[in-house]
Design a binder for this molecule. Sequence first.
Ligand code: FES
Ligand code: FES
Length: 397
Amino acid sequence: MGQTRKIALTVNGKRYEEEVEVRLTLADFIRHQLGLTGTHLGCEHGVCGACTLLLDDMPARSCITYAVACDGARVTTIEGLDDDEITIELRAAFTREHALQCGYCTPGMLIAARDLVLRLAAADERQIRVGLSGNLCRCTGYVGIVRAVRAVIDQRRQRGILAVPGGGRTALGPAGSGHGATTSASDVARVPAAKTELRSENNGAIAIPDFTPAKVFKDHFTVAYPPGAVFDMFGDVKQVAACLPGASLTAVPTPERVEGLIRVKLGPIAANFHGAARIERNSGNLSGRIVGAGSDQRSRSSTQGEIRYRLVPIERGTATRVELSIGYSLRGMLAQIAREGLVRDLAARLTVEFARNLERQLSGTPPGEAQNLNGVSLLMGPLGMRARKALRRVFGR
Ligand code: FES
Ligand code: FES
């Protein structure tokens, strides 16, 4: 985990005090740390408006706002507007006017539209179109959206509800809490560039420091062999490496330590993570831990990872459920691309391949194609779609 800072803020009326990485965006904080996924992410460059929320009552792009800059702020997401009168009217109008199809842009669109309903004296189409020009919709062609916003403004003014000049704002300029931005910005500036060089021990070996993973998730797979046989196989480092797609050893392993290379192909970026891992095993409860560090010079990225496993007997001990806890921290260029969902997808695919290869090894089947995948390409299937989307966001391709 990189440099962190404690922030206190109110989100949808609830107060939070949270430790956040200084480079964490408000969008990722809201979605991943608080679990409020109504705030969507599209371009992540402040262009599409999908991530719009209210920051101290002003619409703001949460994808280009640091969470630390919101220390002391009042944040309102689409979930916090469930009972908001204007939003209720807008939701009904959006439904009536067919102002959404896939709905991806809708949370940000509703928040931007609510601001217009609040501020515009009359339902002027040009002003509405200009006001919504920072919110992109790939589906509707905007006609229904504009009609819906016009209708709500019209109806409210007819009911004698006047516009609030400036939406009640007292300050011009980018939305922010006005509390934490100054100190936070300097914190952000002090964040060192990602180090991709691995530290070495006195004997020149790659150091494997202990660390607290920034992200942790669970996975599992089953193998049609008893836990004892699986545990013995996990003790054979060479065989385990042969089961892992894209992995190869770069030094003779010991039961406690392994050095190697793993190839991950992410669109045009072929990353070769070179690193080392420490292996711990507990034969008493058939569990283990592998903790490692690696770096890729070409993509200037580095990672630390930890896999904890536990072997649970199933089907009267004739088969095994392998329970995994996978933790990692990623720095550098790949950290921009490899959002949490993408890494989970990659890990899920690796796990499936690993489980298949493990069963082959246990059955004594000689290594086949699947055991020698030429790197792990993320350009296949749904995972590829996400990778390509992420790359387009970062590289504009
Ligand atoms: S995701 Fe924030 S503006 Fe596009
Ligand atoms: S409804 Fe699909 S992007 Fe707007």
